[in-house]
Design a protein around this ligand. Structure first.
Ligand code: FES
Length: 271
């Protein structure tokens, strides 16, 4: 169990360190995009909403923590702390992304939370009555683990592919919603498979959509019918959805990402 959990957490950190999009704003795998998705789906969405502004720091923290927990587990350094860290992270991921998984047993995060908890209890039982007498050596080991975790996160960048390769367009069109549920002149929100929130518009001439992720620091924009803009609640940026999502009011500098949609029979689909 120790080997499996340790190796899995190191792999999770490595996966993020070698993902060119994880710390790149605008990428579909950007941590800020994931946090935005969590903020709309999670039962503790308000907490993730607060983290969006600090996406880069959150991403680096998660990546280094995964390496540190994995390494500490494999090398048996502060095993109780590492197990508690793994348990907390699994519970956090479960609340963030797989809380609504149905049926529940398909959510791997909850299974990992139980696995970490069992492992933690096993360590606690084994160590009953054991006195901690290696204070200085313990601190040194923690320092080495922290340095190794940071180094792994940095080394991962060397193995990062040069460019983010977006997957080829699926041959089967993804249905977004029935056309009848989107009246002419109205807007609707929906979420892409990667958790990215999108605002969809229907006018007399057709449909169009934009990513709802603000290009300033990643908060979620919403349509304001009074100003006819997509407005960001964090620092007040506004975008014009009728002019290619261009910035009307800063501090954002770049337009919103356009999401290609089309009408296909009775459906609005991803084009
Ligand atoms: S995140 Fe700053 S204006 Fe949107």
């Amino acid at each position: 169990m120790r080997l499996w959990l340790g190796a899995t957490w190191i792999y999770a950190g490595w996966n993020k360190a070698t993902d060119p999009g994880f710390l790149t704003r605008g990428s579909s795998s950007f941590i800020g995009t994931q946090l935005t998705g969590y903020s709309t789906q999670s039962p503790i969405g308000f907490a993730f909403n607060k983290m969006i502004e600090h996406s880069m720091q959150v991403g680096i923290f998660v990546m280094i923590s995964e390496f540190a927990i994995g390494l500490a587990t494999l090398l048996w350094v502060t095993p109780t702390v590492a197990a508690f860290g793994g348990f907390s992270m699994s519970v956090g991921l479960w609340l963030a992304s797989s809380f609504h998984a149905h049926p529940y047993f398909l959510a791997s995060d909850s299974a990992y939370a139980i696995l970490w908890l069992s492992y933690l209890l096993m360590i606690r039982n084994k160590r009953k009555g054991f006195s901690m007498s290696f204070e200085r050596r313990g601190v040194l080991r923690i320092g080495i683990i922290a340095a190794l975790a940071t180094a792994f996160a940095g080394v991962g960048k060397i193995f990062t592919p040069a460019a983010v390769q977006e997957s080829a367009a699926a041959s089967v069109k993804t249905k977004v919603m029935k056309l009848t549920s989107l009246k002419v002149g109205s807007t609707k929100n929906f979420v892409l498979a990667n958790g990215e929130p999108v605002v969809l518009f229907r006018t007399k001439t057709g449909v169009f959509a934009y990513s709802a992720i603000c290009t300033h620091q990643g908060c979620t924009v919403g349509y304001s019918s009074s100003s006819k803009t997509l407005a960001c609640p964090c620092h007040g940026a506004q975008f014009d959805p009728f002019k290619a999502g261009k910035v009307v009011i800063g501090p954002a500098q770049n337009p919103l990402r356009s999401v290609k949609v089309a009408i296909d029979g009775a459906w609005v689909v991803l084009a």
